[in-house]
Design a protein around this ligand. Structure first.
Ligand code: COA
Ligand code: AMP
Length: 631
C-alpha cells in the first residue's frame, strides 16, 4: 500500500486501522472498544482492554525464543565501560528490581521518580515500574534540585530511584545531594530512595529512608507482571509550560504500546532483531519512546550511550558506536550533527569506521536546517529523515516512512503527516489555511493512540492549554504551513518555548527566576539564534532604582540563579542590563522584536512604540554581549 492509501485509511476508519495494529501486542484481556469517543474532548483507546507493557517489552520475547538476543547494549565512553544484556538477563534484572520496589510498598498506580544518568539501571527502573503497573516519572539529570522538587510535589512519588552521579565530560555531577535538597524543598516526602552507587561519586545514604541498589537487588525476589487497564497511566513526563510549573504529560499503557510497535516498522522500517539507537537521554521523551519502549516492544536491540557526539573522545564517537554495535538505524537531534560538523566537516573520522550495515538517520527535537541535512546526506549516503514530534505525542506527528513508502525529501520539511494524525493549519479565527499559508498547526481530534491522555491530575489544565483554543482540535504550539503536496514546514512556536540543543525550555520560567533576584525590577528572556544549539536564552534585566552594586557581580548572580533553580541544561549564560524594555501600550513586552534585533534581522518599528530610541538601546545592549550583528 502507498503512503496515501495508508494515511487515508487511518483517518477514514481509525477503529479498524488501530484495532488491526493492536493485534501485534499481547493483551491479557481484549478491549471492548478501540476508541471511546463518548466524552469529547477526552478520548480513550482500547477501553476495557488489559495488558502489561513490560510483559510485551521483555517476557513475551523470551517466550518467542529471543532470550539470548541482545536487548540492551550499554556503551559508556565517559567511564570506559560496555555491557550487553540479553532479553533473558534484562527481564531478570527488571523482575528483580520490580521485587525491590514491591518490597518498598510500590503497587499499581503509585508514582516513582527516576533521576538517573544514562546507565542501564535507568531503563531497568522504568520497566520495573511498568511491570508493577506503577507510574514512573523520569527527571533529566541536567535539571536542578528545584525542578526535581517541583516534580516531587506534583507527582507525589512513593519512591525515588537515583544514580549517585552523572558524568559530564571533564566533570562528575553528584546527583545525591540534589535529591536530598529536592526532598527537603518539597512538602511531599517520598518514603524511600533507592540509590545506584557509582564509584566516581558515591552518595550518602539517609538511614531508614535510603537503600543501596546493589544490596536491595541481592535480597529481592523477582516480581511477575501486573496486568493494567489499557487506559491506566504508564508514565508522567514533565515538560516546559508557559509558567514555571511544568506540565505533567500522561501517556497510557495500551495506546502507547500499539503506537510504539507500529512506528518501529512503518516509520523506521525496522525488523525485529536489528539494532536501533536513539542518541538521546532517558530523561526526554525520545529516550522514553526510542531508547526504552519502542525498540524493546518490537524485539530490537537498543543502545544506552553515556557520552556526547564530540569530545568522548572525538567527533567519530557516533560512527564508532554505529560500526561497533552494528546499528541499523540511528536517531539524534540536529544539534548533535552540527557539533560533529563543526569539528569534522570533511568526515575524516567517519572514514575510520565500517558503516556497511547502517541504513538511516532520523532527526528530531528541533527543525533541521537544510545545511545540516544535506551535509549529513552527503557524508553518510543513507536517507536522513527529519521528523517532527513533541513530549505530548510521544511519537512522530510528521515523518517519512521507511516501512511504507519513502517519499521524496524536501529540505526544511519533516515530510507528511503520520497516519492517525489529521494535521491542519488554522488562522487565529480558526479558518483553515490553504497550501503555502502560514498559521497555527493543529491536530483534529481524536489524537491517535500513544499521545497524551491528560496532564497529571489536571484535566482542566489539559483542556485549557491544548484543547480550548479551537474546539475539536489539539493545539501543538507550533506554527508553520503545509505546501501544495501536503508537506509540513514547522517554523516557530506560538508560545514562549524555545529550543536549546534539542531541549525544550520556557523563557517564562527563566524570567520567573530572574525576577526573583532582589535587584531586578523587570526582565525579558528571548531565544537568540545560535549556530550550534539552534537557540540560546538571552536575558535582559532592568534593575530596581537605587541599585548601585557592581554590575558584573549582579550578572554572575543571575546566571548562577538560573543554573541553581532550573539547572545547567538551561544553558543560560548571557544576560545584560537595559534601562527599560520595549512594550505594547497594554504592557506586553515585545520579545519577538527583541529576538529579531538579537538575530541581526530587519524589524518593523511596532506601531505601539512611541519612542524608537528604546529599540536602539536594546540593540546596543545586545551588541555588547555578542548579538545584534547583521550578517
Ligand atoms: N546531567 C548533568 N548536567 C548535564 C546533563 C546531565 N545529564 N546533560 C547536560 N548537562 C549540562 C552540560 O554539562 C552543560 O553544562 P555546562 O554549562 O557546565 O557546560 C549544560 O548542561 C548544557 O548542556 P548541553 O546543552 O547538552 O550542552 P553541551 O555543551 O554539554 O553539549 C551538544 C552540546 C550539542 C553536544 C549536546 O547538547 C548534545 O549532544 N545534544 C543532543 C541533543 C539531544 O540529545 N536532544 C534530546 C532530544 S533528541
Ligand atoms: P519536546 O517536547 O521537547 O520534544 O519538544 C517539542 C518541540 O520541539 C516541538 O513542538 C517543536 O517546536 C520542536 N520540534 C521537535 N521536532 C521538530 C522538527 N523535526 N522540526 C521542527 N521542530 C521540531
Amino acid at each position: 500500500m502507498s503512503y496515501a492509501e495508508v494515511y487515508s485509511r487511518s483517518l477514514a476508519d481509525p477503529e479498524g486501522f488501530w484495532g488491526q495494529a493492536a493485534r501485534s501486542i499481547h493483551w491479557e484481556k481484549p478491549w471492548d472498544r478501540v476508541l471511546d469517543d463518548t466524552t469529547p474532548p477526552f478520548y480513550r483507546w482500547f477501553v476495557g482492554g488489559e495488558l502489561n507493557t513490560c510483559y510485551n517489552a521483555l517476557d513475551r520475547h523470551l517466550e518467542a525464543g529471543r532470550g539470548e538476543q541482545a536487548a540492551l547494549i550499554y556503551d559508556s565512553p565517559v567511564t570506559g565501560t560496555q555491557r550487553t544484556y540479553s532479553y533473558q538477563a534484562l527481564r531478570d534484572q527488571v523482575a528483580r528490581f520490580a521485587g525491590v520496589l514491591a518490597g518498598l510498598g510500590v503497587t499499581k498506580g503509585d508514582r516513582v521518580i527516576i533521576y538517573m544518568p544514562m546507565v542501564p539501571e535507568a531503563p531497568i527502573a522504568m520497566l520495573a515500574c511498568a511491570r508493577l503497573g506503577a507510574v514512573h516519572s523520569v527527571v533529566f539529570g541536567g535539571f536542578s534540585s528545584g525542578e526535581l522538587a517541583t516534580r516531587i510535589e506534583d507527582a507525589k512519588p512513593k519512591v525515588i530511584v537515583a544514580g549517585s552521579c552523572g558524568i559530564e565530560p571533564g566533570r562528575v555531577v553528584p546527583y545525591k545531594p540534589l535529591v536530598d535538597q529536592a526532598i527537603a524543598l518539597s512538602s511531599h516526602r517520598p518514603e524511600h530512595c533507592v540509590l545506584l552507587q557509582r564509584e566516581q561519586a558515591p552518595g550518602t545514604l539517609v538511614a531508614g529512608r535510603d537503600l543501596d541498589w546493589a544490596q536491595a537487588m541481592a535480597g529481592a525476589q523477582p516480581h511477575p507482571c501486573v496486568p493494567v487497564a489499557a487506559t491506566d497511566p504508564l508514565y508522567i513526563l514533565y515538560t516546559s509550560g508557559t509558567t514555571g510549573t511544568p506540565k505533567g504529560v500522561v501517556h497510557d499503557n495500551g495506546g502507547h504500546a500499539v503506537a510504539m510497535h507500529w512506528s518501529m516498522r512503518h516509520i523506521y522500517g525496522m525488523t525485529p532483531g536489528e539494532v536501533f539507537w536513539a542518541a538521546s537521554d532517558v530523561g526526554w521523551v525520545v529516550g522514553h519512546s526510542y531508547i526504552v519502549y519502542a525498540p524493546l516492544l518490537y524485539g530490537c536491540t537498543t543502545l544506552v550511550y553515556e557520552g556526547k557526539p564530540v569530545g568522548t573522545p572525538d567527533a567519530g564517537a557516533f560512527w564508532r558506536v554505529i560500526s561497533e554495535h552494528r546499528v541499523a538505524t540511528m536517531f539524534t537531534a540536529p544539534t548533535a550533527l552540527r557539533a560533529i560538523k563543526r569539528v569534522d566537516s570533511g568526515g575524516e573520522f567517519l572514514g575510520k569506521y565500517d558503516l556497511s550495515g547502517y541504513r538511516a538517520l532520523f532527526l528530531a527535537g528541533e527543525r533541521c536546517d537544510p545545511d545540516t541535512l544535506t551535509w549529513a546526506e552527503r557524508l553518510l549516503a543513507v536517507p536522513v529523515i527529519d521528523h517532527w514530534w513533541q513530549t505530548e505525542t510521544a511519537w512522530a506527528i510528521a515523518a517519512n516512512f521507511l516501512g511504507i513508502e519513502q517519499l521524496p525529501v524536501k529540505p526544511g520539511s519533516p515530510t507528511k503527516a503520520v497516519p492517525g494524525y489529521d494535521v491542519r493549519i488554522l488562522d487565529e479565527e480558526g479558518t483553515e489555511q490553504g497550501p503555502g499559508r502560514f498559521g497555527r498547526i493543529m491536530i483534529k481530534l481524536p489524537l491517535p493512540p500513544g499521545c497524551l491522555t491528560t496532564l497529571w491530575q489536571n484535566d482542566d489544565r489539559y483542556r485549557d492549554a491544548y484543547l480550548s483554543v479551537q474546539p475539536g482540535y489539539y493545539l501543538t504550539g507550533d506554527a508553520g504551513l503545509k505546501d501544495e503536496d501536503g508537506y509540513l514546514f514547522i517554523m516557530s512556536r506560538t508560545d514562549d518555548i524555545i529550543n536549546v540543543a534539542g531541549h525544550r525550555l520556557s523563557t517564562g520560567a527563566i524570567e520567573e527566576v530572574l525576577a526573583s533576584h532582589a535587584d531586578v525590577a523587570e526582565c525579558a528572556v528571548i531565544g537568540a539564534a545560535d549556530a550550534l544549539k539552534g537557540e540560546l536564552p538571552v536575558g535582559m534585566v532592568v534593575l530596581k532604582e537605587g541599585v548601585h552594586r557592581e554590575l558584573a557581580e549582579i550578572l554572575a548572580e543571575l546566571v548562577g540563579l538560573v543554573r541553581a533553580k532550573i539547572g545547567p541544561v538551561a544553558a543560560f549564560k548571557q544576560v545584560t542590563v537595559v534601562a527599560r524594555l520595549p512594550k505594547t501600550r497594554s504592557g506586553k513586552v515585545l520579545r519577538g522584536t527583541m529576538k529579531r534585533i538579537a538575530d541581526g534581522q530587519d524589524y518593523k518599528l511596532p506601531a505601539t512604540i512611541d519612542d524608537p530610541e528604546i529599540l536602539n538601546e536594546i540593540e546596543t545592549a545586545l551588541r555588547g554581549i555578542g548579538y545584534a550583528r547583521h550578517a
